[in-house]
Design a protein around this ligand. Structure first.
Ligand code: PBG
Length: 328
């Protein structure tokens, strides 16, 4: 059980050190991902992400309550449906898991929480790809339509922000148009603008059961060799209406974060993905390194590289470290 800590008193030498810090981290800039699966009364540990829990729509408020007690009030919701189909219908079902969870959380916490919805089809499709398949490849334009429906249904259920994590061309513009047409012009879009094809997503794919059954996502995720391509993606997304752009993963892409920060005028988010979390947890468990310090130093590097916002499975522990004064 995590206890909320009081800040400790500082000595004058420490007061100076804090005053001249070049990088600052606030708990207000942390977003905590939550996994919601179909069912009732579910609270199961995710084996690939020790310490992370899969909830059902009726129990997810418990996860939010705990995070609030630790100082975290921004969340990103991922859904894990019971039934998957080729068109990923669970993603845009008004009674889908994420939509139910959003409604329940809004009812329980009002506007004391900030709720983002991850918009992608890969958790909902039977083949595990991020869009509709035509033969062996993903059909971009047919997918756009479904992504628009997904975003709209999430906003109707109470989402404060939409985070499209597929990498279809034109999705930000399409989602923006759909939201505007339905009176949701004030709902911002945080686009996964620079999303690399990465081994660091391994634990997430187990958590969400979303590994592609055949093929891979290299057709629509970026090549880790490239950084200028990330700038192009960011530029396109901002032109299409992205309010926040994201780089993902974070740790192995700090140079990309820095480049994006320098090139763009919108806030930059970094997603420290499942593999980054799992790696730190494993190093701690094996006694190889001090887990808490590793977590803080890693987070710091991401902010130092240019992140304004950090999406991380360590959000609660980082908030506590900030409150303790170990990080900030
Ligand atoms: C796609 C999505 C993924 C992640 C976030 N959104 C998986 C993927 O692209 O395979 C990964 C997040 C993580 O690893 O923590 N809906």
């Amino acid at each position: 059980m995590m206890m909320t800590q009081r800040p400790r008193r500082l000595r004058s030498s420490e007061l100076l050190r804090e005053m001249v810090r070049e990088t600052r981290i606030s708990k207000e800039s942390l977003i905590y991902p939550l996994f919601v699966r179909e069912g009732r009364n579910v609270r199961e540990e995710i084996s690939s992400l020790p310490g992370q829990i899969r909830y059902s729509p009726d129990t997810v408020a418990q996860g939010v309550e705990k995070a609030l007690a630790s100082g975290v009030s921004r969340f990103l919701l991922f859904g894990i449906p019971e039934h998957k189909d080729p068109l990923g219908q669970g993603a845009y079902d008004p009674q889908g898991v994420v939509q139910q969870a959003l409604r329940n959380l809004r009812a329980a916490f009002g506007h004391d929480v900030h709720l983002s919805g991850d918009v992608c089809l890969c958790e909902y499709t039977s083949h595990g790809h991020c869009g509709v398949l035509q033969g062996e490849s993903v059909c971009n334009d047919a997918t756009l339509d479904l992504l628009g429906k997904t975003a709209l249904s999430q906003v109707a259920a109470g989402a404060d922000l939409i985070a499209p994590s597929d990498m279809m061309d034109g999705r930000v513009g399409h989602i923006r148009r759909v939201l505007d047409e339905h009176g949701y012009a004030s709902i911002p879009i945080m686009s996964y603008a620079a999303k690399y094809a990465s081994a660091f997503y391994g634990p997430f794919r187990e958590a969400a059961g979303s590994a592609p059954q055949r093929g891979d996502r290299r057709g629509y995720q970026m090549d880790p060799h490239n950084v200028r391509e990330a700038l192009k993606e960011v530029c396109l997304d901002v032109c299409e209406g992205a309010d926040i752009v994201m780089v993902k993963p974070a740790l192995a892409y700090l140079d990309v974060l820095r480049a994006v920060k320098e090139e763009t005028v919108v806030p930059v988010a970094a997603y420290s993905v499942s593999g980054e979390y799992a790696m730190i947890q494993a190093a701690g468990r094996l006694g190889l390194m001090d887990q808490d310090r590793l977590m803080c130093e890693t987070a710091l590097s991401i902010y130092r590289a240019g992140a304004d916002i950090l999406i991380t499975y360590h959000a609660k522990e980082l908030a506590q470290a900030i409150i303790r004064g170990d990080l900030g």
